[in-house]
Design a protein around this ligand. Sequence first.
Ligand SMILES: C[S@@+](CC[C@H](N)C(=O)[O-])C[C@H]1O[C@@H](n2cnc3c(N)ncnc32)[C@H](O)[C@@H]1O
Length: 468
Amino acid sequence: MEGEYGDIYHIIDIMIKKNEVYCTEIIDQGIDGEGIAKVNNMTIFISGAIKGEIVEILIVKVLSSFAYGKLLRVIKGSKNREKVDCSSYQKCGGCSLRHMKYKVTLSLKKDIVENCFYKILHREVKIEDCIGMDQPIGYRNKLIFPLGKNKEGKNTIGVYAKRSHTIIETDRCYLQNKKNEEIARFIFNFLQRENIQAYDEKNRNGIVRHIIIRNGYKTGDVMIILVTKDEKLIKENDLVNEVIVHYPEVKTIVKNVNKDNTNVILGKENIILYGNGYIYDKLGEFQFKISPFSFYQVNPIQTELLYNKAIEFAELTGKEIVFDLYCGIGTIGIFASKYAKKVYGIEIVEQAIKDAKENANMNAISNIEFYVGKVENLLPMLLKENKADVVFVDPPRKGLDENTIKTLLELESRKIVYISCNPATLARDLLMLTQKYKIKEIQPIDMFPFTSHVECVAVLEVKKTIEK
Ligand SMILES: C[S@@+](CC[C@H](N)C(=O)[O-])C[C@H]1O[C@@H](n2cnc3c(N)ncnc32)[C@H](O)[C@@H]1O
């Protein structure tokens, strides 16, 4: 490389330093999809670079055993590289894989899961091919746009830059449903016209912190949540009237008050400005009520696939007692209820359990019961009275706590179907569970195209049944 690229490049026999430029080959892909290079035995992570490429990089941060490089130029590109369609991609923290062909991102996600399992279980575990989307665009049913002040002190709306709270103004975010984005911009224009101030994190003044839009993919219903610093939002009635005239699909508008100096988006108080405070959506043959605080999967097309896979893995015969742990608004339990004798759901968010109970009634399901509380506390109590043949778990990113793992090990249920949005904690938990259960299958599903996130459904079978 020396002659061709001149002597501005530092070749491998010197220590790398911040602000220096190197020419290097990308030898691997990291857990967040970033390219990995080795220079002078130092591992360098480079966002936007693809395995096999020769790239020019600027070293931006050096730590004791690794460094971060910024991609300056692709000297020899990969055939897997895709022209980036988003003007904010370099700065935005939303996507990290838009520079790759979609099919390649799917095999990368399979590799990420495989590597996690190898690193934690120290053996190869078969991972199925990641199931992707036919149209991986505009798939999100939940938009969250932060508001703030730009350098000139003017209201701004957009997306957060990578690892920061700097707001980048975007023309179009290709993860978002187009209508949701249009409604968010309509609201922002109203705020501008009426001189209503965006909340400024630094000075803690201003009023509107976030605009959140959720939509029912099948029903077309739209919910707007305006997160404000105080209860008082001037001209809120005018805003509501203008929105519902322009967008009749808006079924409810909620003001969520968050007075705290925090990164947590939602405050504890919801004030309904219009409608009932909830919307509906359909998944499979079932209808679901969704409230502002309730978790609902963000990619409805892949969610149906995910739930159907989970039900298929459970191999229910109609005779089983089933537990749906971390049940949210009861979606998985309701899917399972058709094929089970009885289902119990546990969830920590009170409003989600209220929705879950209404969802069961609305769908005329009588063999399901929901409990509000922590899985780690409630599960052992419920198991004193009831056995469990099949357990579905769908915890948050941090995975299962020790108590729940202990309970599942003692339980020895016929099957555990584990749905996870974090392969690292999935692998950690499955390692523990393999004391009593055998891993049967792990199916990655692309719920979050062009981001490095990957969802998995894993099925475990109790060892004693298999040995019989
Ligand atoms: C990944 S979501 C899954 C929800 C649901 N299964 C679905 O598919 O929509 C995880 C859920 O776990 C709930 N949760 C978090 N910690 C919990 C705990 N310790 N006990 C019970 N539920 C919890 C969250 O409120 C959230 O609804």
